[in-house]
Ligand binder design. Structure first.
Ligand SMILES: Nc1nc2c(ncn2[C@@H]2O[C@H](COP(=O)(O)OP(=O)(O)OP(=O)(O)O)[C@@H](O)[C@H]2O)c(=O)[nH]1
Ligand SMILES: [Mg+2]
Length: 464
């Protein structure tokens, strides 16, 4: 690992009480001593862990009065010699100090480089390092809670436990390869087959949890689509409890996508209002409809709004239901305060949709609780309580790795079953298990490759 000395502001460049600059690497102590002067005119020598207050000066004079904390390797965030300078929070001062450090032999850190060094120096596993990024970017309380638990190792424990099981299966198989006589006695009901199946199941459960976790991290993306004037913007406002979207009696009011993050019953949602879908010759409306269709396709949940007061255009409504994943769609019959133009029980017949139907009035704010409960049951299955505490993974990269590991285990089981009882092809089985173990290793960082690391840390902010 290159142990050059890196530096970067750790705080946002804006006028604020304090600005923090980080520095990490072998030259930290030397650079700090050279730029700092104590009030008594002496240069500080920064013993193992120390904090000093003094003046920072470059060739053109004093830059600021500041406080610096020095952390000696290996007891620092990165595991290297490291310091944090707290100066006055003016971007000019922060930038002057950072430049001064660079002129003394440091260089500006790339995004996530401090945390990458922490990972490479064994200060944290990869899943914890990724949690650091999630903590910084968490947009809701649930996301923050999940990221903190990931940082504290909940994900690592879950994945490592499964990886341990996998490794012990591998040693059983390799013993069977070495001593075929013993294994042959057991063929037919070769014990590892069911253990592998069981492990595969558990990986799939974890992958499913990861999918739900990712949804919670970003807010459950709930997209409202429907014909113009069906009350989409009214429903968004009613659910959000604020007048976020314009509502008028004329169809074609909403053109842009409007996203509103809200917490409902302790769950994070991202409500998305869209343009009413219809044929149009107006360029802005055509673009609005295109965006609405795209949003529907990307929805975690699609609320397909139908106006209870208008007769149903079967063809149009079936087309609406085809825009989103039908397993994640709800037919929402709005304006139930008006005289109904059709019987909601006939939705399946009228619009070809056999999923859940919710009856609401966005105007009178009725039926909203039952609608949110229906959304929850789609997201969380039939679990009565929302198992946020069981969610140990929220990262889609990790979900992919779990699915790939499950797939490798699946082929191991097939190889074992197909070849038994004649002569199990244990080498093939072993290779599949090894592949599965390496996918799991990619989650915690037990196995890494430089490209993967680069991709992960590139999303960090500078200074972290
Ligand atoms: N009676 C009644 N009127 C409603 C209800 N919800 C919305 N409306 C009315 O329907 C009209 C259209 O509402 P919007 O919320 O703007 O409808 P929209 O689907 O967003 O319309 P576009 O943006 O044009 O596609 C307004 O006059 C609303 O007051 C409801 O539950 N009951
Ligand atoms: Mg609207």
């Amino acid at each position: 690992m290159d142990n050059d000395t890196i530096t970067a502001p750790a705080t946002f460049p804006s006028l604020s009480a304090i600005g923090v600059i980080r520095i990490s690497g072998g030259k930290t102590r030397g650079i700090m001593s050279s730029i700092f002067t104590l009030k008594n005119g002496k240069k500080p020598d920064f013993p193992h862990r120390s904090s000093v207050r003094g003046l920072i000066a470059g060739s053109s004079g004093i830059i600021d009065e500041a406080v610096a904390v020095f952390y000696e390797s290996p007891r620092s965030y990165t595991g290297e010699d490291m310091a944090e300078i707290s100066c006055h929070g003016n971007p000019f001062i922060v930038s002057a100090i950072t430049s001064l450090i660079c002129s003394k032999g440091g260089r500006i850190a790339s995004p996530g480089e401090f945390t990458k060094r922490a990972f490479l120096n064994g200060k944290m596993d990869l899943s914890a390092a990724e949690a650091v990024k999630d903590i910084i970017s968490a947009e809701n309380k649930t996301a923050l809670k999940l990221a903190l638990s990931q940082l504290l190792g909940s994900e690592n424990r879950a994945v490592s436990a499964l990886r341990e099981k996998l490794l012990s299966l591998m040693s059983e198989i390799s013993a069977a390869i070495e001593f075929p006589e013993d294994a042959a006695a057991e063929t037919g009901s070769f014990a590892p087959a069911s253990a592998m199946d069981d492990l595969r199941e558990r990986l799939l459960v974890l992958a499913d949890i990861a999918g739900r976790g990712a949804m919670l991290k970003n807010g459950i993306r709930t997209v409202i689509i429907g014909r113009p004037n069906s009350g989409k913007s009214s429903l968004l406002n009613a659910l959000a409890g604020t007048q976020r979207a314009i509502v008028t009696p004329s169809p074609g009011t909403t053109r842009d996508i409007i996203e509103v993050p809200v917490e409902i019953d302790g769950l994070p949602f991202k409500l998305v209002d869209t343009a009413g879908i219809r044929e149009s010759s107006d360029a802005a409306e055509i673009e609005g409809v295109r965006l609405a269709k795209k949003a529907a396709a990307e929805a975690d949940i699609a609320l397909v709004l139908i106006d209870a007061g208008s007769s149903i255009d079967t063809e149009h409504n079936s087309a609406l239901f085809n825009l989103a994943d039908s397993r994640r769609s709800i037919a929402v019959v709005n304006k139930t305060d008006l005289n109904p133009a059709f019987n909601p029980k006939d939705i399946e017949k009228l619009a070809g949709f056999s999923g859940p139907v919710a009856l609401v009035s966005a105007l009178k704010k009725t039926g909203l609780d039952s609608l949110t409960n229906t959304i929850k049951s789609i997201i969380m299955g039939t679990d009565a309580a929302f198992p946020v505490n069981d969610i140990v993974i929220t990262n889609l990269r990790h979900k992919e790795a779990l699915l790939k590991a499950a797939q490798s285990l699946g082929s191991a089981v097939t190889a074992l079953k197909n070849s038994a009882p004649v002569e199990p092809q244990l080498e093939l089985v072993f290779a599949d298990l090894k592949e599965a173990a390496s996918f799991l290793g990619e989650i915690t960082g037990a196995i890494t490759d430089e490209n993967l690391l680069e991709k992960i840390f590139a999303d960090f902010c500078i200074g972290k």
